[in-house]
Write a protein that binds this ligand. Sequence first.
Ligand code: UT7
Length: 324
Amino acid sequence: MSVRAVVEGIGHYLPDRIVPNSEFEDSLDTTDEWIRSRSGIERRHFAADDQPTSDLAIRAARAALENANLTVDDIDGIIIATSTPDLTFPSVGTMVQKGLGMRHGFAFDVQAVCAGFIYALTTANSMIVSGQAKRLLVIGAETFSRIMDWSDRSTCVLFGDGAGALILTAQDGKGDNTDRGILASDLNSDGEYRDMLYVDGGVSTTGQSGKLRMQGNALFRQAVDKLAGTAFTVLKKVGLEDNDIDWIVPHQANIRIIAGTAKKMGIPMDRVIVTVQDHGNTSAASIPLALSVGVASGKIKRGDLLLSEAIGGGLAWGAVILRW
Ligand code: UT7
């Protein structure tokens, strides 16, 4: 017997404002056609000016709690993946804790940019498997619209805002790969790639929050190899093969990266959850958003084997394999 971190509920929140690609045509030298064909993005949601990341996270958390039929009294702690916190400190986690009316337990943030949710899931799984927590709220929440340079057409058309949340609960399993819950994860980073995707400001440098800078094409060339690599590594850890996967639930940065990775893994696109057309790249929120949409649409069912992979600033990348 071994303890597994099993998903007990899921939910998401997207801000009301939907921005179609055509809206960028007025202010930038770009077209709907370029954005669609190069990235797969058709629209994205942007948070209201007075809507910080914690607001999105709280709404997603409430949806996940409702989905699991639980209250905050049932939760031991909150882990939030975000690179766009409301303030330098305190953590978004503690703000969500307050927003949910939770006075016990703990809350903290994890920062691994677009790979953040993979890192947060791995952290939560470690805490549950080691007996430090029985039930955790794990959230990915971002407001990347706040760090866009609106004059840079190569980045500002790609990102969106949103939040997704799930509840991980300790349950006994047999200890083999037929168990429900997180079966394995694989984390990687390499700071040599710092300049490929970064924000040009921060507390201890400029004192300003800064704007996102990306060498998109160079990152693109790294992405498929590293994502397929981490996916195969995590499968090997649990003695499974690509054919065993029911759904790839990837980070949603670019449809060409998603399709290239699936192809490298030999998995057809009808077994991949794709939301990039509707959400754009929501960084750490993209995987929980895609999971939530995949479940709500009836595609992802209990017992399905899911593989999630992500890469982003750092570079940081990784994968998680879990049975729903
Ligand atoms: O989530 C974190 C991880 N992020 C990623 O993984 C993103 C990875 N990169 C990408 O998704 C793609 O590289 C992009 C979508 C960012 C760009 O696609 P690309 O096929 O790599 O295009 P490119 O950067 O090579 O640019 C091709 C051309 C350039 O013009 P020239 O130099 O060929 O004349 C760009 O200036 O497209 C131009 N361009 C645009 N044209 C119209 C760049 N942005 C735009 C735009 N509209 N918005």
